[in-house]
Design a protein around this ligand. Structure first.
Ligand SMILES: O=C(O)CCC(=O)C(=O)O
Length: 268
């Protein structure tokens, strides 16, 4: 589905915005289910605020963001996204692997006027892997303009490898200010793909519109986790292709391909 130029851009910048993966009908159904997940979880008294901690918030107004992991556990329409042909084809092309495996999913709703931003960070420290194939696709269910707190990136930073963290897995805001990062405004339906080493974050939603996104984090099934951390519902699901290891019981546990032998031992 992608051109060679788009694939090259992803390799160079560590990120790429892609349009036209989902049809309008699909987006309507996904938005309805997105709203339903939040409504049902709130009605069942789930605590959904997930504003990140840290000194990066100093001087900012009080903000809020609604969040839930595991959308596929709440809605079949969202489960279908995980094996959606065009979506997984694009991931496969960008990752350079015929096989794509789920790590986790995450819904964010940034409320109007007070929707929390995210400090600049790499996703690597949250779930480090051996070969750095891990990447995310942020599916935009609403538009995300700069005023709505769209994602911002430092293009090309995936090439620097894992960087030292400042606090709570974030980078030093003085070294990596949000304001100097490149904005990635998106239209409803656009998907922003980025490698888990690409430095990214986002601003506050100061607009009068809700910003709705679902992030799908994926890897090559042969890329092994370096730590037993960040387990999630359906982790290890093969979204495209196959799990190429034939001798291992891949369905056991949630880590799929198992933790790297080079890593510290994993509690059983
Ligand atoms: O959706 C956003 O504004 C940023 C999300 C993000 O940086 C993350 O989940 O790692």
């Amino acid at each position: 589905m992608l051109s060679e130029a788009q694939i090259q851009e992803f390799r160079e910048n560590g990120c790429l915005l892609v349009s036209g993966i989902f049809s309008d009908d699909e987006l309507d159904r996904l938005e309805k289910e997105f709203d339903g997940i939040i409504e049902r979880r709130l009605a069942n008294k789930a605590q959904l605020d997930a504003t990140w901690e840290g000194s990066w918030k100093k001087g900012q107004p009080k903000t809020q963001i609604l969040h839930t992991h595991d959308v596929q556990a709440y809605s079949a329409e969202w489960a279908k996204v995980l094996v959606h042909d065009r979506f997984t084809e694009v991931i496969s092309e960008l990752m350079g692997s015929p096989n794509v495996q789920l790590h986790h999913t995450k819904l964010f709703q940034k409320p109007q006027e007070k929707g929390s931003g995210f400090p600049m960070h790499q996703d690597y420290p949250y779930f480090p892997h051996e070969n750095h194939t891990m990447m995310a696709g942020i599916i935009h269910i609403s538009d995300a303009t700069e005023e709505m707190g769209c994602v911002r990136v430092y293009p090309g930073t995936h090439k620097q490898g894992p960087l030292p963290c400042f606090e709570h897995n974030h980078l030093n805001p003085e070294e990596w200010p949000l304001e100097k990062a490149t904005s990635c405004p998106a239209k409803r339906g656009d998907v922003l793909f980025f490698n888990y080493l690409t430095i990214h974050g986002s601003g506050i939603n100061a607009s009068d519109r809700l910003r709705k996104t679902v992030l799908v984090q994926v890897r090559d099934p042969l890329d092994k986790p370096l730590e037993d951390t960040h387990r999630s519902h359906a982790q290890g699901l093969i979204m495209r292709g196959v799990h190429p290891l034939q001798g291992e019981a891949v369905a056991v546990g949630t880590l799929g391909s198992g933790v790297s032998e080079a890593a510290p031992s994993v509690p059983s």
